[in-house]
Design a protein around this ligand. Structure first.
Ligand code: DC
Length: 225
C-alpha cells in the first residue's frame, strides 16, 4: 500500500515556512504538521518542570509523556499542553532558542520521531520543519527547502514584532537568528540542510504570494493534484 502524500518544507527560522505551509495545507485540503511547535512545547514544558535544557534523560521522559495537541480554530492552529493554550508562550524569541537547544539532543529527537510520523494521514500532509525531508519523512513525495538571507529574515521579524506593538532591535534579532542557524545547521544529528532530492526556493526577494505560486508549481511537477 502506498503511503499518504507528504509535502516536506524545511528551512531556517523566519524564511516564511509557517505562512507557506498553512496556505498549502488549506489549498490542498491536507493536514499540517508544525514540527517546530513540538520542540518549542517540549522546551517550555521542561522549563515549567524545572528541568535543565541539556538534561537529556529527563527531557526524553517529558517528550514521551507530554500531553500535546493542536486545535484548529478560525484564527489559526492553537497549541495545547495538558489542555492549556500555550500558543503565545511558545512563540517568543526565548522559546525558539530553548527549542533549538533541546533539539540538539539525539535521544530527544528520537523520542519525538513517531509523534511526528503519526501526522502522515490521508488525504496528505504538509510538514514544516528542519529535517522533514531528510529524517522524518525521507520518502516524502515533494521536498522543498525554503531559504532566505539572515538579514531579510531579521527584517521580517522586526516588522512582525512592530506590527504586534512590540519593541524590536534589528541587530539583536539578527545575531539571535545567526546563532540559532549555526546551532541548527551544525548539530550532529539531523542538521538543517536540504535533502538531496529537495528543490531549493530562496524567498529573500519574493513575497508570500510568489513563494506560494512557485511552491505550487513544484508540487504539481511532482504529484498529480
Ligand atoms: O520552526 P521553529 O522556529 O518553530 O523551530 C524552533 C526550533 O526547533 C528550531 O530552531 C530548531 C528546532 N527544530 C528542529 O530541530 N527540527 C524541526 N523539525 C523543527 C524545529
Amino acid at each position: 500500500m502506498s503511503k499518504a502524500t507528504v509535502i516536506a518544507v524545511d528551512g531556517p527560522g523566519g524564511a516564511g515556512k509557517g505562512e507557506l505551509t498553512r496556505r498549502l495545507a488549506s489549498e490542498l485540503g491536507f493536514k499540517l504538521l508544525d514540527s517546530g511547535a513540538i520542540y518549542r512545547v517540549l522546551a517550555y514544558a521542561a522549563r515549567k518542570a524545572g528541568l535543565a535544557l541539556f538534561d537529556e534523560d529527563s527531557l526524553c521522559q517529558e517528550a514521551a509523556v507530554m500531553d500535546l495537541s493542536f486545535e484548529p480554530t478560525e484564527k489559526g492552529v492553537h497549541v495545547l499542553l495538558g489542555g492549556q493554550d500555550v500558543s503565545s508562550a511558545i512563540r517568543t524569541e526565548e522559546a525558539g532558542v530553548n527549542a533549538s537547544k533541546v533539539a540538539q539532543l539525539p535521544s530527544v529527537r528520537k523520542a519525538l520521531l513517531q509523534r511526528q510520523r503519526d501526522f502522515r494521514q490521508e488525504p496528505g500532509l504538509v510538514a514544516d520543519g528542519r529535517d522533514m525531508g531528510t529524517v522524518v519523512f525521507p520518502d516524502a513525495q515533494v521536498k522543498i527547502f525554503l531559504d532566505a538571507a539572515a538579514e531579510v529574515r531579521a527584517q521580517r521579524r522586526v516588522k512582525q514584532l512592530q506590527s504586534a506593538g512590540k519593541e524590536a532591535d534589528f541587530e539583536l534579532i539578527l545575531s539571535e537568528i545567526k546563532e540559532r542557524d549555526e546551532r541548527d545547521r551544525n548539530r550532529l544529528i539531523a542538521p538543517l540542510k536540504p535533502a538531496d532530492d529537495a528543490v531549493v526556493l530562496d524567498s529573500s526577494e519574493l513575497g508570500i504570494d510568489e513563494v506560494f505560486a512557485r511552491a505550487m508549481e513544484i508540487i504539481k511537477s511532482r504529484i498529480s493534484i
